[in-house]
Design a protein around this ligand. Structure first.
Ligand SMILES: Nc1nc2c(ncn2[C@@H]2O[C@H](COP(=O)(O)OP(=O)(O)O)[C@@H](O)[C@H]2O)c(=O)[nH]1
Ligand SMILES: [Mg+2]
Length: 257
């Protein structure tokens, strides 16, 4: 069977980045499709996405009616991808912070893992152009997540990831509560607590050159609370607990994977 992967890219006001980003993904990767999930961006990103989809058969667009957070956009994108026959589903930001040339390394690593996480902090810090306060916040968040949940990963808030199809089918998307960076933590926690294989690979993260960040204080507050909820959801255990995790509905509806 031919290996097929799709990169889900959530966008909100990414007009300046989208076309070159899609060109770069398609140019550097064979047999990789792109799904743009746009939240009715006022800057016209959605129309650019439609033009790209007309031009390239491997580009698809999901339009959502309003800005409703990264997590909801990803959940809709995942449901769309799982409705088709992709073997791997990747997450990637739409602002060039993640390098489309790395996609191949994620898919290779996913042959031996259920979830591959791109890490900025494994074996050294590789973050370009971030202000010091943003870097310190991200590093402290990583330690906080490790300490409270017990997950050993160096970069739990990162958003460059690759899920094997069955891994994603096993995640109860309806149970996912968080929407900001904690969405990344929560998804990884759902995979890790089931005892699945999670692998971190090093990536270089570069701050966006165009457009602006959607980071907010509300996103930080949400993450502070969500990690405690995850600890409780795992029966106060700081280790995987596969026996206690029920099979989600969508996994049962795709028995063949
Ligand atoms: N569809 C959608 N995309 C979003 C939303 N918030 C952020 N994004 C996208 O998610 C990606 C990461 O967001 P960004 O603002 O760059 O976060 P930062 O890099 O952590 O500052 C970018 O592609 C954004 O356009 C949202 O509410 N809806
Ligand atoms: Mg960004």
């Amino acid at each position: 069977m031919k290996r097929r992967a799709i990169v889900v890219v959530p966008t909100y006001n990414e007009r300046a980045n989208l076309e070159s980003l899609v060109d770069s993904v398609l140019g550097h990767n064979e047999a990789v499709d792109v799904l743009i999930v746009d939240d009715n961006s006022p800057d016209g990103t959605g129309e650019i996405a439609d033009q790209l989809a007309e031009r390239h058969s491997g580009v698809h667009v999901l339009h959502r009616t309003e800005k409703n957070g990264l997590g909801r956009a990803y959940c809709d994108g995942f449901a769309w991808a799982l409705g088709r026959d992709y073997e791997f589903v990747l997450e990637m930001d739409g602002d060039f912070s993640h390098d489309p040339k790395d996609i191949g390394r994620f898919i290779e690593a996913a042959a031996e893992a259920d979830l591959v996480i791109g890490s900025r902090y494994r074996d050294g810090i590789r973050v370009i152009n971030w202000p010091l306060n943003r870097l310190v916040l991200s590093l402290c968040a990583a330690k906080y997540v490790q300490f409270i949940t017990g997950m050993p990963f160096t970069d739990p808030t990162g958003g460059f990831k690759c899920f094997g199809r069955t891994t994603l089918e096993g995640i109860d998307l309806a149970q996912v509560r968080s929407n900001g960076y904690s969405f990344q933590i929560e998804l990884t926690h759902q995979v890790w607590r089931r005892g699945l294989r999670v692998k971190e690979i090093p990536i270089i993260f570069t701050d966006r050159f165009q457009g602006s960040s959607k980071m907010s204080k509300a996103i930080i507050r949400e993450a502070l609370v969500v990690v405690w909820q995850l600890l409780f959801r795992n029966g106060l255990r700081r280790c995987p607990n596969p026996g206690a995790v029920a099979e989600p509905v969508q996994a049962r509806s795709h028995p063949g994977g």
